[in-house]
Design a binder for this molecule. Structure first.
Ligand code: NAP
Length: 321
């Protein structure tokens, strides 16, 4: 065999291995997204607790879990919205027990939060916890423009909330030797290389991804499945986006979320988000960085002019009075 033959054999072998790897990856993706049977969530326990259960993704997940026959502990800051979610569960004809924990994660400290959650789950067969509560900027802004109150709220709700709630439920799950915890992360940190002008939000979600990956290894052998689920855009009050091909409704999205519970440490549950992520990752990072900066500068400009209009009309109203 001469050198040219050797070269041809080597390159075609490498090519064949690459094609096989890509094919296996694609088949695995099809299995995960469409064919893999979801876990029987009742096996973890008869109760599920959801934060952020009063709106958007968390609320849709609440209804989805109710349809699976799980009793629910709804955690939220607004008693009226908690009652409204509970009414929706009844209106859908789901015959499950519902309890509330009124908790404003922005105002309640960690130790107090743990105490209240421990009290709420005492004596209940708690199997699943979804940390869905989250907060973003009303619109994009430079880091120095984030006012202290908003900064405090994002850290408390996005980072501390999920951390303290996990701390409160883990001991019970260890005793039972089973349980599942889902932390809702964000595509801003997993799919994109940067999220300028929304830095604090993206960083808080990066924390959740790493936190989930680490503790999932710590507790896997204790029968506890910990996962960070990664949405890209979903049509909720947080994004104020209409539903479209890549922007599902919370109801569609929550079905995909529920199917994935208990499997990977980190997962993009909705198949079109996963396709979107794949396409985005094919774009060079420098291009994405500069595009994201321009994109958020535009939204910052829109937000500022909207704020200015609101201020002007408030001032003219108070002058008129
Ligand atoms: N929508 C998206 O495109 C998207 C993308 C990536 C990641 N995510 C993440 O997905 C999760 C759900 O987002 P979403 O779009 O469904 O948002 P959403 O519609 O604004 O709902 C957020 C939920 O969090 C609750 N919450 C906010 N501040 C709270 C506080 N201080 N104490 C207790 N609960 C509080 C809200 O309660 P109220 O009902 O009282 O406001 C609401 O139930 C968040 O973690 C978000 O970061 C969303």
């Amino acid at each position: 065999m001469d050198v040219l033959d050797l070269f041809l054999v080597a390159t075609s072998t490498i090519g064949f291995i690459c094609v096989c790897k890509a094919l296996i990856k694609f088949l695995k993706w099809v299995w995960v997204m469409f064919l893999r049977p979801p876990k029987d969530l009742k096996e973890y326990g008869s109760w599920a607790m959801i934060t952020g259960s009063t709106d958007g993704i968390g609320k849709a997940m609440t209804l989805e879990l109710a349809s699976k026959g799980l009793n629910l502990i709804l955690v939220g800051r607004n008693p009226l919205k908690l009652e409204a979610t509970s009414k929706e569960i009844r209106d859908h004809g789901h015959n499950v027990e519902v309890k509330f924990v009124v908790l404003d994660m922005q105002k309640v400290g960690g130790v107090e939060m743990v105490k209240r959650i421990e009290e709420a789950i005492e004596g209940l067969d708690i199997g699943l916890v979804v940390n869905g509560a989250g907060l973003a900027y009303p619109y994009a802004r430079f880091f120095h423009e984030v006012d202290l109150e908003l900064m405090d709220a994002i850290v408390r709700v996005n980072v501390e909330g999920a951390t303290w709630i996990t701390k409160a439920v883990i001991p019970t799950m260890i005793k039972k030797k089973k349980g599942a915890i889902v932390n809702i992360g964000s595509g801003s940190t997993i799919v994109l290389p940067s999220y300028p002008l929304v830095a604090l939000y993206a960083a808080s979600k990066a924390y959740l991804a790493m936190f989930s990956r680490c503790i999932s290894l710590e507790y896997k052998h204790q029968g506890i499945d910990i996962q960070c689920q990664v949405p890209l855009f979903v049509s909720t009050k947080m994004t104020r986006m209409k539903t479209s091909l890549f922007v599902p409704s919370p109801e569609t999205y929550s079905k995909a979320c529920t199917r994935c519970i208990g499997y990977e440490k980190l997962v993009v549950p909705y198949f079109l988000h996963s396709v979107q992520g794949f396409l985005i990752k094919a774009i060079p990072e420098t291009f994405l960085d500069s595009y994201m900066l321009r994109y958020f500068l535009y939204w910052r400009g829109r937000g500022l002019s909207k704020d200015a209009k609101i201020k002007a009309s408030t001032a003219s109203n108070s002058e008129a009075n």
